[in-house]
Ligand binder design. Sequence first.
Ligand code: NAD
Length: 458
Amino acid sequence: MKLKVVNPATGEVAATLACDDAKSVKSKYLQARAAQPGWARTPLKNRLEAIRRFRERVVDETEKLARVLTTEVGKPISQSRNELKGLLPRIDFFLAETAKTLRPEKVSVDVAGSMEERISHEPLGVVANISAWNYPWFVGANVFVPALLAGNTVLYKPSEFASMTGLEIARLLHQSGVPEDVFVALIGAGEVGAALLKQPVDGVFFTGSYGTGRRIAEAVRGRMVKLQLELGGKDPVYVCEDVDIAKAAAGIADGAFYNTGQSCCSVERIYVNEKVFKPFVDAFVAEVKGLRRGDPTDDQTYIGPLTRAPHLKVLESQVKDARRKGAKVLTGGERVKAKGNWFEPTVLVEVSHAMDVMRDETFGPLIGVMPVKGDAEAVKLMNDTEYGLTAGVYTNDRKRAERILAQLNSGSVYWNCCDRVSPRLPWSGVGNSGIGLTLSTYGIETFTRPKAWHLRGA
Ligand code: NAD
């Protein structure tokens, strides 16, 4: 089987890759299983050293890796470079925190002093890392870096839309001293992911859509295996009447349209206090009209193509549904008639929660803006979703912001910012945004199993 890599900006075939099949998946699993005890016994300082070398290689090859990413996912080149640069502080966090986090803890000694209680952090074993294409370096590394550091072997299935990047990740890790049977890439589409889940792995760490996440949960049902699902969102922001309108409009336009709106934490719904609805919408539409769409290899491009051609239909259908139910298109609204997967950056008003565009993940350059009477209505509408990845509020009043943020059912909350991820904070979701977490020290522990030691002296 072969996998065709199609450049989303041009529709041309950029590469043809050999795919895995059920037989090769099984043999790769057996390799990773056999290698795991040896990797777990390798001193942590050697594992840290390998990841440090991997970081250096990413720095040395940034330009080449950015071009590979832009070719296969259509990400504007400046944003591909940003992803690679943004990877470095994440790796630095794991390098700095893993030894401390995984150090065995002595938790109590009894009065007589003859009983010691200790917790150690054991690797899970062999873990499956099934990944998405939209930020393949970020979402991949959030899993495979701490998983490897904690002593697991990793079967890494990059998205079929980011497989060249997946192979680059494997090459750089192997060149950095991670053995080939400790980090193993599996190439192919969903059926290769499904074949991987048939193997008796010890952990499944998935990043992708809610629909696939549900299928994965069903595939591992009944098995005693750790499961993490990092899924989609329908992330809202609320703009209060006291803000600097121009600044808020610029920040939220970036949060909604960066990566061509294809981020799990892209802003997907905007609620604006009715007192400033008109000036905010005017400023926001002006920002969106100013976003430069074009050749993703051009340094100045901000909006690229959609990565997946079938997704054009999803955006068209959300616009059609909204229009039919009374929405007004202020800019955009159509696919662009050109080779490749292009859609105009689009802003809708007169939207409601009866419309798909305000309920289903959009994952593209399309957003609805809705007026609200005040904080209570904003909170109610922001929480009116099956998802719960991030949510934000823009106001000059910190107390008011914290009061609002405390009421939001969301894994991450933001004041005067959005579309932001920090290596120091846990990344997790509520509801259909998933279960489990990555990043922060919890995102190191999650690749381990706590083992309880009861040690009585003679
Ligand atoms: P997707 O669900 O289509 O695919 C994700 C991965 O699952 C791919 O590697 C795919 O080959 C694999 N897969 C598909 N069917 C499978 C099956 N039956 N068994 C096993 N594996 C299978 O998602 P996508 O289009 O790659 O990514 C976009 C989605 O990911 C969006 O919903 C986005 O919000 C979400 N996402 C979430 C986060 C987060 O941190 N929460 C981060 C990035 C992306």
